[in-house]
Design a protein around this ligand. Structure first.
Ligand code: GDP
Length: 388
């Protein structure tokens, strides 16, 4: 929103003091979110007025030191706007009246949220590649970090974040410099014991948001699981670089083609985004852990890669010539040229006469052509069609 990025956590509903197991689960989600969030949107319903529940939540929120914005929902008309004023009684800093159905008021709310985002302390870290180590509990994240930063001569600073939750470690190796964002270990210090799954997902999201490239660790012995695929999708949706680390490779019985076959099966699971480096490591035995970092650096470079327009068109216009976009309802579709946009993550614009009529399969064809000729391994690539 207005050039700022933030992550919204929806806690799904909240009933304090309830005996119900389901509600207890929601409650612990809300308190985790409260612990993790930098701002809290306290949503209330104008049609019910202030309920006992609202009072209880407000008491809870007053105890937290986080900024609270009251969002009064269902303010669909003028009468309700008058009724909405009762919520000022809570005494929180800001109140916004919205109608989620029509969207009215949401723009102002977004502006207020964005105004509350502090310019991050990351300025001093700008320009240094940032890598996040993510993965399910027990996959070996701590072990990998320990194996890497156990070599203390490499560490420049080790900031155990007071303002940020993940640990950022400034790392120098073979004249290369980068920042490791590590989500492991943190939970061990936390009071939160229940709901590890939800908690680690929030951690992962924050780490992914902060990172340029994510090292997704999976457990060789279990193979890639649904939770891993969910993390992968989060990385892909945010257009971050990706390296898959298959950890605990020491536990596998290996024959000649084990790694090759394993990788092939893995790629089938992660399709269609299969142009991703896969490294087989053992954090425990410190096998190929530096290879993992070097690969992450490669992916970082790939993500910054800019293809000159002339070179791009040399390749792509030929590819388009070989295989035209199919005509749509008798309309011939002509792509005139392509160019890479000056965005953070690789985005290619194709200029053509009927941009809306080009379908997914052709888009995939173009993406594959780009990947075949230029190295974008580990990097989600965006393709857009523009009218010309
Ligand atoms: P985290 O929760 O992702 O930080 O996982 P940990 O680093 O705490 O590791 C969980 C367990 O897996 C520990 O008992 C580790 O010793 C073990 N482990 C981690 N990496 C490896 C590995 O490469 N090989 C083997 N055999 N065990 C490992």
């Amino acid at each position: 929103w207005t050039g700022k990025t933030f992550t919204l956590i929806d806690t799904g509903g909240f009933v304090p003091g309830s005996e119900d197991v389901f509600e207890a689960a929601i409650r612990s989600q809300a308190s985790i979110a409260m612990e993790e969030a930098s701002q809290i949107l306290f949503m209330v319903d104008v049609t019910t007025g202030i309920t006992d529940l609202d009072e209880a939540v407000a008491r809870m929120l007053r105890r937290s030191d986080k900024e609270v914005i009251v969002v009064v929902n269902k303010v669909d008309n003028h009468d309700r706007l008058l009724e909405a004023n009762v919520f000022y009684k809570f005494g929180f800093k800001e109140n916004f009246f919205v109608s989620s159905i029509s969207g009215s008021g949401t723009g102002e709310l977004m502006d207020a949220i964005v105004a509350g985002i502090k310019d991050s302390e990351e300025a001093e870290e700008a320009g240094i590649p940032k890598f996040a180590i993510i993965g399910q509990p027990n996959v070996g994240k701590s072990s990998l970090v320990n194996a890497l930063i156990g070599e203390e001569r490499n560490i420049v600073t080790d900031i155990a974040g007071t303002t940020r939750d993940a640990i950022h470690t400034h790392y120098k190796m073979f004249q290369k410099e980068f920042l490791l964002i590590d989500t492991a270990g943190v939970r061990k210090k936390s009071k939160v014991h229940e709901n590890i799954e939800f908690y680690s997902v929030i951690r992962a999201i924050k780490a992914i948001d902060d990172a340029d490239v994510c090292l997704l660790m999976i457990d060789a012995t279990t193979g890639i699981e649904v939770q891993d695929l969910n993390l992968l999708k989060l990385v892909e949706r945010r257009k971050k670089g990706l390296v898959i680390l298959v950890n605990k490779w020491d536990l596998m019985e290996k024959e000649t083609h084990t790694a090759r076959d394993y990788e092939q099966q893995l790629k089938e699971r992660i399709a269609p985004f299969t142009d991703v480096p896969v490294i087989f490591i053992s954090a425990l035995e410190k096998k190929r852990i530096y290879k993992a970092l070097e690969t992450a650096l490669d992916v970082y470079k790939n993500r910054q890669r800019k293809i000159p327009t002339s070179k791009l068109n040399d390749i792509l216009l030929k590819a388009i010539e070989r295989h035209h976009p199919p005509a749509f309802r008798g309309k011939m579709i002509k792509i005139k040229y392509a160019t890479q946009l000056p965005t953070h993550t690789p985005t290619f614009a194709f200029f053509c006469n009927h941009p809306k009529e080009i379908k997914e399969p052709y888009k995939n064809y173009l993406e594959n052509q780009i990947r075949e000729h230029f190295d974008f391994a580990g990097v989600p690539v965006s393709i857009v069609f523009r009218k010309k």
